[in-house]
Ligand binder design. Structure first.
Ligand SMILES: [Fe+2]
Ligand SMILES: [Fe+2]
Length: 351
């Protein structure tokens, strides 16, 4: 196996003459060692794997990448994890049926739609800034990505939107592919370029009815289903999302931004805007501006009886700082740092 620039990740590969591409497998050393889409290892690979403690789990990214999983089950008593949607298609028993958003052995599972296998998944590691793809994109020609088995795609536009939604994760430096040559450095751009090459103009549009949302229950009373439309459509300087708020639920504590200005449009329902100057009952069709600074402070709550559907748009600015006046907190977005805004310190405090 060859060590990669991605921490604790090794690879072994086999040349596929009929496709003029390598097939790749990944070995991840951790508390429990993981093999991803494992090909038949040769004697030297096996010796290395043995030396590093064997394999506890095999993750299969799609039904066509089972490959030599059975050899790992037989030799190491490895257990198998695969998407819930493909688990029944594998010849080996699947112990862990993976679902979208769960974190498994340090990798966040991203369920993709529109590809050949209904259970096609990507795996994301924030620490490693790395996305692992199975058959969704192939690294071909070397240095670029293209849709895998494009003629067999269930839905090219859907696949493109779904991949873009996967880009909502914070950093993608490296993209490890099961077929072809992986992208080390510049992974996010390679995915965006591939979508632009093949899926325009269709992938520029989505209908409200088709926006997938995920329920996020962050805290008591704070719960919203949210869909990152901006990412799905490839927006760069503007971020936009759809929110669905059920009666009694709120989205974000009261806050205001220093650099990101927001626009809210009520698509449906009558959310309450909580503002330091007083509450405002909003109605379908309302536009509300949240300029930067305390004037634009906002918290949204659904005090009504109907689901509220809300559209939010903002410029994206990594230099944004967010103030939470009720709890006297400050969030420095670039660092993901949240601290108290009081007491204020003198410039030389602690020096
Ligand atoms: Fe493949
Ligand atoms: Fe905000």
């Amino acid at each position: 196996m060859q060590k990669t620039i991605v921490p604790d990740v090794w690879t072994w590969k086999r040349w596929q003459a009929d496709r003029s591409m390598d097939f790749n497998s990944w070995f991840v050393k951790g508390d429990a060692n993981v093999a991803i889409d494992p090909l038949e290892p040769d004697a030297e690979d096996l010796a290395q794997i043995d030396e590093m403690g064997g394999v506890s789990w095999v993750i299969v990214t799609n039904r066509d990448h089972e490959r030599a999983t059975r050899a790992f089950v037989d030799r190491f008593e490895a257990k198998v994890a695969a998407s819930d949607l493909d688990a029944g298609e594998l010849s080996v028993a699947v112990t862990q049926r993976l679902t979208d958003g769960e974190v498994f052995q340090g990798w966040r599972v991203i369920q993709l739609d529109g590809f050949k296998s209904p259970g096609e998944i990507a795996l994301y590691s924030l620490d490693r800034k790395t996305l692992v793809l199975g058959d969704s994109l192939w690294g071909d020609p070397a240095g670029s990505l293209r849709f895998g088995a494009e003629k067999k795609l269930a839905d090219l536009k859907g696949a493109a939107l779904s991949l873009r939604a996967a880009l909502a994760v914070p950093h993608i430096e490296h993209v490890l592919v099961g077929d072809g040559v992986s992208i080390f450095g510049g992974g996010r751009k390679a995915i965006v370029d591939c979508i632009h090459d093949r899926a325009l103009p269709d992938a520029l549009r989505i209908n409200l009815a088709d926006v997938p949302t995920q329920l996020r229950a962050h805290h008591d009373g704070y719960r919203a289903a949210s869909g990152d439309v901006g990412f799905m459509l490839g927006a760069e300087r503007l971020g936009y999302r759809i929110l669905r708020l059920e009666p009694g639920d709120a989205f974000c504590p009261l806050h205001w931004h220093t650099r990101e200005e927001e626009l809210l449009i009520v698509f449906d329902g009558s959310p309450t805007l909580l503002h330091p100057a007083g509450n405002l009952q909003l109605a379908k069709g309302d536009f509300v501006a949240f300029p930067t600074g305390a004037t634009g402070a906002h918290k949204l709550r659904n005090d009504g009886k109907e689901t509220c559907t809300i559209f939010l748009l903002a410029n994206v600015d990594q230099g944004d700082v967010c103030f939470y006046p009720d709890s006297k907190k400050v969030m420095v977005e670039y660092r993901g740092l949240i601290v108290r805004s009081e007491p204020e310190l003198a410039y030389f405090d602690g020096e």
